[in-house]
Write a protein that binds this ligand. Structure first.
Ligand SMILES: Nc1ncnc2c1ncn2[C@@H]1O[C@H](COP(=O)(O)OP(=O)(O)OP(=O)(O)O)[C@@H](O)[C@H]1O
Ligand SMILES: [Mg+2]
Length: 398
């Protein structure tokens, strides 16, 4: 099983690179699905497929070649399937407060529900082994980061939720009932949520296992794009995902000699050099600007050849572990690679069994193994690009 996750700034070529990678993977004989995580789908457009074909298929996978399927999920349908009961209950409560029903239905979509539905889908394909390779075409960085922040927070989420369940039952029941006249959810409701979490369980391990999942960042040789790619790299490692290459797309080819483009070419060459410095030792897979749009199977296949040359797209292009828990002389050391951040932007705090790493406005909860959480003293410091947290006096694991 292999998952390749494409991410990057808006418009850099994520969908094209995902499709091209899918084509190469299928050509190797692997059952491959290219799944769009972006609700503004453009996969079928890029394959130049008639819209009707996708609409008829109602968000199910569509076969585009031997061993190759593409899927543009209908997120409304998925929400209905996954969250039907839960959504109905929340809308009922909101309607009872006097909000119109249509509005209440909209409001009852909680943040994270869409992302969880996507995760459920991925997890189902993984557990049912439907495909050997899944290529994920994500939305631009901001949304993609929100998406990947969810699996690593799942355990934490679960805990909070079930604490909430207890509080709700004890404290809120009389209040909610008095104010809304809607009975508090019964066990059935909580059972529905528990079942949902059960179906998502394990997806965090799949996405953070570098033997299965690697992230490829797509960029263009421009200042703003590179800055965002650096941030994306840091976020993905913070959320424990393994970045294995940068695809530097739309580089003006050498044989463009027109004077008009000489400034562009100089600029691009400088940014390609910078990218090599920034991201070393990650490989930079450089791709020329095509003479026209990359549309249809043939051109996408050509793009795949330009990205990977003789190599297999299923390789792991880089092997460094960006996240490591080790033990030496009775002291546990958690090392998280956090490149491109100012030390002053990072704070580390600890609450019982979790460590909270905050970088600017983004934070990650790291659940600690019990014996590590029991440590008396914690010290955090930067060692090169690594944020290292030391736990002294930890009891040994039984
Ligand atoms: N190497 C290339 N040469 C020429 N055109 C390219 C190249 N790569 C991508 N394109 C074109 O750039 C446009 C944007 O590509 P694409 O849709 O893959 O980007 P994206 O990152 O998925 O965008 P979005 O953030 O909107 O999802 C498309 O018209 C595509 O054909
Ligand atoms: Mg796209």
């Amino acid at each position: 099983m292999r998952i390749i996750f494409f991410a990057g700034k808006g418009g850099v070529g994520k969908t094209s690179a995902s499709a091209a990678t899918g084509i190469r993977s299928a050509a190797e004989g692997k059952r491959t699905l290219v799944l769009s995580l972006d609700t503004a789908h453009s996969l079928s457009d890029i394959f130049d497929l008639p819209r009707k074909l996708m609409d008829q298929n109602k968000g199910e996978p569509v076969s585009v070649a031997e061993n190759l399927w593409i899927q543009e999920l209908d997120i409304q349908e998925e929400l209905k399937k996954d969250w039907g009961e839960i959504h109905a209950y929340i809308s009922k409560v909101i309607t009872a407060t006097g909000v119109e029903e249509v509005m209440a239905e909209e409001l009852a979509i909680l943040p994270g529900m869409e992302e969880l539905s996507l995760l459920l889908k991925i997890n189902r394909y993984v557990t049912e082994k439907t495909y050997e390779v899944i290529v994920l075409d994500s939305a631009p960085t901001g949304e993609a980061v929100r998406f990947i922040s969810i699996p690593t927070a799942l355990e934490w989420y679960m805990k909070k939720f079930f604490n909430l369940e207890r509080t709700l039952m004890r404290v809120a029941r009389p209040v909610v009932q008095r104010v809304t006249n809607v009975p508090l959810p019964d066990d059935h409701y909580f059972a529905a949520i528990k079942a949902l979490f059960e179906r998502i369980r394990g997806v965090d391990r799949v996405l953070s296992d570098p033997d299965i999942t690697t992230v490829r960042l797509v960029a263009n040789p421009e200042k703003i794009v590179l800055a965002e790619t650096q941030r994306a790299f840091m976020y993905f490692t913070l959320y424990r995902m393994h970045v294995d290459a940068v695809v530097m797309n739309r580089v003006l080819p050498q044989n463009v000699t027109d004077d008009y483009f000489s400034g562009w070419k100089r600029n691009q060459a400088a940014y390609v050099r910078k990218a090599r410095d920034y991201f070393a030792p990650l490989p930079i897979l450089s791709v020329d600007l095509f003479p026209g749009e990359v549309l249809g199977f043939e051109k996408l296949a050509d793009l795949g050849n330009r990205i990977y040359g003789e190599r297999s797209p299923l390789e792991r292009f880089h092997d460094e572990r960006a996240y490591e828990l080790s033990k030496k002389d009775g002291v546990y050391r958690l090392a998280v690679k956090l490149p491109f951040v100012e030390k002053s932007d990072v704070t580390v705090s600890r609450a019982k069994e979790e460590l909270v790493i905050r970088v600017g406005s983004v934070k990650r909860h790291v659940l600690l193994p019990m014996h590590v959480a029991a440590a008396r003293a914690v010290k955090a410091k930067f060692e090169g690009e690594y944020l290292c947290v030391y736990f002294e006096g930890a009891k040994d694991a039984k």
